[in-house]
Design a protein around this ligand. Structure first.
Ligand code: NOJ
Length: 537
């Protein structure tokens, strides 16, 4: 790989659920061989870093976020050799790959937990958090609200309660134990030695517990993450840490440390505010959240996204925004889960093609490195009748064929979508690849244009003062490269006037439609409902 330790600033990420992607051996589960088969596709799309959801051996009670062995691959997905083959194949294409690193908890099937519960004298007992009562840490909220009633569960064998922030089948590790800290460094080392380009670190805020706090974002957690970063900096300097910590931007920002903790962090509130802006047809939710987003140092970057494999979280929304989001985006109870919405991008936007494109235009033009969720690039739907978050994790739709071309098995791990709007006969990769006007080809084009212009990844961001509240107009500028971006959040055709900087010449249209009149000082642009326009001066 070329030596470019800031590669993540320019990257476009693609979140990929191996089990759902492509089944190469017909066992009904997607696998690593299947991902290798589809690398050409990903390269054509133009993404340059793949993020794999957990592929470790696991009882899959939380789709692999419940790990039973950190040093292996789930047999349904392949072997460590397959994993190495995948990493090599990705790197040969000049792409990168990051994986999920789940630090906070293991599966209750993990041998550590099995040993711990059986014997209070076992060295593994202290790998977990035990107590005689369930009364400690009462200020910690319950995350999987729909399912769990407490963060403590009684273990008959152990004769004590154990602590868990997620499902009761996911006991939390005790990070106060230095051995646990070391184990996790060894695990990171193992995967870094196999060549991964970094980690999306799961459930970051919850590593430590302290009485009298909400047990989130504690200073001890930052100290541990700085240790992991220092270790990577020393031995694997171009690999990254991406934080999964939900919160307001000023809180998430603490995970960047002084450029010595995480390289990247998901921008959860920007995601939420894009949906609010799209529905209210107003740029002000975006203005507010961007104003609240602190400037970053040179070696850190936001990771932006529209959807992922979880519910669209409303955890950190104000109560008013949360109720409004549920009402507007999740009118049926089955669409809701915990404090969120379990739907995919296309159904959230009523499968409105212009609106979906506009959402992607926002994603690709606002500051940060964008992440796409598998299937959203072809406008896949969801299945709200499946339990938990499974409805947004259905098989990738490759072609109009049985199982959408995902698998030759008669019993895929989950049913392929069969609704009128979203079944593979209507939504699939092959048909969209052949159609220059398809969503897939539009997204591909957006990524291509974005990749050619550093202003998107490195540039400053400046709002253009504009009276029309429906059109988000801004400059992105990097050195001499100056881009003007318009995203019309309104369903109506809008007209806007823009004062031009003195030395201006004619704009070059990069993407979208441009309909304008101008003189030396100003430009009057007409933009269609939900239209977007990227131009270069
Ligand atoms: C966050 C992951 O995104 C989610 O899928 C998982 O259930 C929890 N962390 C627990 O690991």
């Amino acid at each position: 790989m070329p030596d470019n330790s800031l590669w993540y600033k320019d990257a476009v990420f693609y979140e990929l659920y191996v089990r759902a992607y492509r089944d190469s051996n017909g066992n009904g589960h997607g696998d690593l061989g299947g991902v290798i088969e589809k690398l050409d596709y990903l390269q054509t799309l133009g993404v340059n870093c793949i993020w794999l959801l957990p592929t470790y051996p696991s009882p899959l009670k939380d789709d692999g976020y419940d790990i039973a062995d950190y040093y292996n691959i789930h047999p349904d997905y392949g072997t460590l050799d397959d994993f190495k083959a995948l990493v090599d194949a990705v790197h040969k294409r000049g792409m990168r790959i990051i994986t999920d690193l789940v630090l906070n908890h293991t599966s209750d099937r993990h041998p550590w937990f099995q040993a711990a519960r059986k014997n209070p004298e076992s060295p593994y007992r202290d790998y977990y958090v035990w107590n005689d009562t369930d009364e400690k840490y009462q200020q910690a909220r319950i995350i999987f609200l729909d399912v769990e009633e407490s963060n403590w569960t009684w273990d008959e064998k152990a004769g004590q309660y154990y602590w868990h922030r997620f499902y009761k089948s996911q006991p939390d590790l005790n990070f106060d134990n230095p051995k646990v800290q070391e184990e996790m460094l060894s695990i990171a080392k193992f995967w870094l030695d196999l060549g991964v380009d970094g980690f999306r670190v799961d459930a970051v805020p919850y590593l430590f517990e302290r009485e009298g706090t909400n047990c989130e974002n504690l200073p001890e957690t930052h100290a541990y993450m700085k240790k992991l970063r220092a270790f990577m900096e020393q031995h694997y300097p171009d690999r990254i840490l991406l934080s999964e910590a939900n919160g307001w931007p000023e809180d998430i920002q603490t995970y960047f440390g002084n450029g010595d903790e995480f390289h990247m962090a998901f921008h959860f509130p920007l995601m939420l505010h894009m949906y609010i802006a799209l529905h209210k047809q107003s740029k002000s939710p975006l203005e507010n959240i961007i104003a609240r987003t602190p400037a970053l140092s040179n070696n850190t970057q936001w990771c932006t996204f529209l959807r992922n494999h979880d519910e669209l979280t409303l955890e950190m929304a104000t109560e008013e925004d949360r109720q409004w989001m549920w009402q507007e985006y999740a009118p049926e109870p089955r669409m809701r889960q915990n404090l969120g919405i379990r739907r995919r991008l296309a159904p959230l936007l009523n499968n409105n093609r212009q609106k979906i494109e506009l959402a992607f235009s926002l994603l690709f033009t606002l500051p940060g490195s964008p992440t796409l969720y598998y299937g959203d690039e072809i406008g896949m739907g969801d299945n709200i009748w499946l339990p938990d978050r499974n409805g947004v994790r259905t098989p990738m739709q490759w072609e109009d064929a049985p199982n959408g071309g995902f698998s030759k098995s008669n019993s895929p791990y989950a049913p392929v979508l069969d609704s009128e709007k979203y079944a593979p006969s209507r939504v699939n990769v092959t048909a969209q690849s052949d159609d220059p006007e398809s969503l897939f080809n539009t997204i591909r084009q957006m990524i291509a244009v974005r990749s050619q212009h550093k202003a998107f990844s490195w540039g400053d961001f400046t709002w253009v003062e504009e009276r029309n509240p429906a059109v988000a107009v801004f400059w992105r500028q990097n050195e001499a490269e100056r881009l003007l971006i318009l995203n019309n959040l309104s369903s109506n055709r809008e007209s806007i006037k823009i004062k031009l900087p003195e030395e201006n010449n004619k704009p070059q249209l990069l993407l979208g439609k441009l309909d304008y009149k101008s003189n030396k000082q100003k430009m009057v642009i007409e933009i269609e409902g939900y239209g977007y326009c990227w131009m270069k001066f």
